[in-house]
Design a protein around this ligand. Structure first.
Ligand code: ADP
Ligand code: MG
Length: 317
C-alpha cells in the first residue's frame, strides 16, 4: 500500500512487551501491536476501531513517540520520526499532538485556563500574547470569562475543549485523538465531535481518531481501520466498510450495534478475544471465526485490495 503522498505513514509497527528474568532471559512476550501498517493523507481523518485491548492506544503512543516501537517505522510528511532523538525530536514535536480520553488527567487542576493555554508556548520557549490566547479559546468555543477559572472548575466538555486548545497551540498538522469523547455525556460528545470536524476543515488538520464507538468514527472519519489482537483486519472508506463489511470480525463487531447493523442479524462470536500472550498461529481470528477452515492455520493473511481502497486480511472473505 505505500503511497508517496501519504502525510502519515506507519509501516509494520510492532510493540511487544517482553518480561525477562534476573538473567535477562525472556519469560513472556505480549504482542500488543503486531505488524500494523496504514497511511493517512494530508487533511484526512482515519478512524481506528476495535475492542478494548486490541492495541489502539499502544499504536497511538508509538506514533507520538511516547513509547518506543519494538520494530517498524513512522513517517510524518516524509520524515522518519522513529529515528529522531533529543533536540531533533523536540523540534518536530509541535507538528503532532495527542488528545487523551480523560481531560481531567491531562490538566493540572490548580492551573487557570490562561496558564494551561500559555504552558505549551513556555515549553517551546515562545511568547504567547493575550490575543493569541484568546484566539485559541474562541477556536474551541470557550469564552473570555473562562480565562481566570481553574481547570478543576470546568465541566467535562469544557475541559476537553481546553485540552484541544492546548493541542492546537503550536499549530500542529496531525492530531492523534484517543477516545476523545468516551468520558463525556452523550450530548456533550456530539458537541466535541462537531468541534473536531470544524477544526479539521478550518485548519486543514489530519486526524487519527481512535474509538471503540463505531458511531463516533462514522461521524468524523473518512476511512476506518478495524483492529483485532494487534493487527488491522480491514481498512477502507467509511461508507464502504460500514455498508459492506467484508472481514468476519468486522461483520460481528458491527452487527452488535443496532444502528450500524441495519436490518441484518446479530452475529455472536464464540469465546473471548485470545490473550495477546498467546496469539493463534496463522490467521489470529481463526479461533473465533464462524468460517474458519484448516487452511486458516497456515499463513497470516495480508491486507489485500478488494477494490476502491477497501482492504481485507482474510483469504475467504
Ligand atoms: N505498558 C504495558 N505493559 C504491558 N502490557 C501492556 C502495556 N500497555 C498495554 N499493554 C497491553 O497491550 C494490549 C493492548 O493495550 P492497548 O493498546 O491499551 O489497547 P486498547 O487501547 O485497544 O484498549 C493489552 O493487552 C494491554 O494489557
Ligand atoms: Mg485504549
Amino acid at each position: 500500500m505505500p503511497d508517496a503522498d501519504a502525510f502519515l505513514s506507519v509501516e509494520n509497527l510492532k510493540k511487544h512487551f517482553v518480561k525477562r528474568d534476573l538473567f535477562g532471559r525472556e519469560v513472556q512476550r505480549l504482542r500488543a501491536v503486531d505488524g500494523v501498517s496504514f497511511e493517512v493523507g494530508r487533511g484526512e481523518a482515519l478512524g481506528i476501531v476495535g475492542e478494548s485491548g486490541c492495541g489502539k492506544t499502544t499504536t497511538a503512543m508509538m506514533i507520538m513517540r511516547l513509547i518506543e516501537p519494538t520494530s517498524g517505522r513512522v513517517r510524518l510528511d516524509g520524515r522518519d520520526l522513529t529515528g529522531l532523538t533529543g533536540e531533533q525530536l523536540r523540534a518536530v514535536r509541535p507538528r503532532f499532538q495527542m488528545v487523551f480520553q480523560d481531560p481531567g488527567a491531562a490538566l493540572d487542576p490548580r492551573m487557570t485556563v490562561y496558564d494551561a493555554l500559555e504552558e505549551p508556548f513556555r515549553i517551546q520557549r515562545k511568547r504567547a500574547t493575550p490575543d493569541v490566547i484568546e484566539g485559541l479559546m474562541h477556536r474551541v468555543g470557550l469564552d473570555g470569562e473562562h480565562l481566570e477559572r481553574f481547570a478543576h472548575e470546568l465541566s467535562g466538555g469544557q475541559k476537553q475543549r481546553l485540552v484541544i486548545a492546548r493541542a492546537l497551540a503550536m499549530e500542529p498538522a496531525l492530531l492523534v485523538l484517543d477516545e476523545p469523547t468516551s468520558s463525556l455525556d452523550v450530548n456533550v460528545q456530539a458537541q466535541i465531535l462537531n468541534l473536531l470536524g470544524n477544526l479539521r476543515r478550518q485548519m486543514g488538520l489530519t486526524y487519527v481518531l481512535i474509538s471503540h464507538n463505531l458511531g463516533v468514527v462514522r461521524h468524523v472519519a473518512d476511512r476506518v481501520a478495524v483492529m483485532y489482537l494487534g493487527r488491522i483486519v480491514e481498512v477502507g472508506p467509511v461508507g464502504a466498510v460500514f455498508a459492506s463489511p467484508l472481514h468476519p470480525y468486522t461483520r460481528a463487531l458491527f452487527s452488535a450495534i443496532p444502528s450500524v447493523r441495519g436490518g441484518g442479524e446479530r452475529i455472536v462470536l464464540e469465546g473471548d478475544v485470545p490473550n495477546p500472550l498467546r496469539v493463534p498461529s496463522g490467521c489470529r481470528f481463526r479461533t473465533r471465526c464462524p468460517h474458519s477452515s484448516p487452511e486458516c492455520s497456515i499463513g497470516e493473511p495480508e491486507l489485500t485490495d478488494r477494490g476502491n481502497g477497501h482492504f481485507v486480511a482474510c483469504s475467504f472473505a
